[in-house]
Ligand binder design. Structure first.
Ligand code: LUB
Length: 216
């Protein structure tokens, strides 16, 4: 299969550009678009991309199919938007956690604790994750998975290294890639076996082990 072009992994706050309009009519359109995204994310998470139709999304919202097509020209464009919105949340969440003024290592793992909570409850995260698993079934280039997180955590672990918090010999990128792989695996196993009901506990025990491995 020819490799799909990998668009930018994350588009930070792209929905904010949509939210820039000040007309009530535009506000209503923005709100409806966000509700369509949420309904689609729920259905993608529950049934998967192949088994979800634009009519299912319309029915989920009590709207006509035409109203959904007004915002998204295809199911593929809807899937891309769900994954983009899924990724757009994390840099915003990082800024919230950074505001708590914790040291870099604690910031990284506090962020991932909040991300684990989001994967347990947020349809956008759950729908985005399932779409990434089904990316070969979606005839459109989704944002690249995992790389955004690896970049973000490399930045945080570089700050941790500068603060003397990273174990000697551990490279920031190495630590970031290991943590991304561990988090992905933990949330995937928890989802497969328990619909993520035990994700917070499973991530907590994994985090404990990871911090022993990478912390100075
Ligand atoms: C993260 C998932 C689930 C990576 O970045 C991603 O695409 C991810 C879904 O695709 O875990 C680890 C934070």
């Amino acid at each position: 299969m020819t490799p799909q072009p990998q668009p930018t992994a994350w588009r930070i706050g792209h929905s904010q550009s949509v939210a820039r309009g000040h007309e009530p009519r535009q506000d209503r359109a923005i709100r409806t678009r966000e509700l369509v995204l949420l309904a689609a994310a729920r259905l993608f998470a529950a049934k998967g991309f192949p088994n979800t139709s634009m009519k299912d999304v319309a029915d989920e919202m009590g709207m006509t199919k035409g109203a959904v097509y007004h915002h998204f020209p295809s199911k593929e464009s809807l899937a891309i938007a769900v994954v983009e919105e899924h990724y757009a949340r994390w840099p915003r969440l990082l800024e919230e956690v950074r505001a708590e003024g914790l040291p870099p290592m604690e910031t990284a793992f506090m962020l991932l604790e909040r991300v684990a909570e989001a994967f347990g409850s947020d349809p956008l995260a759950q729908g985005g994750a399932r779409l990434q698993l089904e990316r070969s079934l979606i005839g459109a280039p989704l944002p690249a998975p995992y790389v955004g997180w690896a970049e973000l955590l490399t930045t945080l672990f570089s700050e941790a290294e500068a603060a003397g918090e990273l174990r000697a010999g551990v490279r920031p990128g190495q630590a970031a890639r290991a943590v991304v792989a561990a988090f992905f695996g933990v949330q995937h196993i928890s989802d497969t076996l328990h619909h993520r009901a035990d994700l917070n506990e499973r991530w907590e025990e994994t985090r404990e082990l990871l911090q022993h491995a990478i912390r100075a």
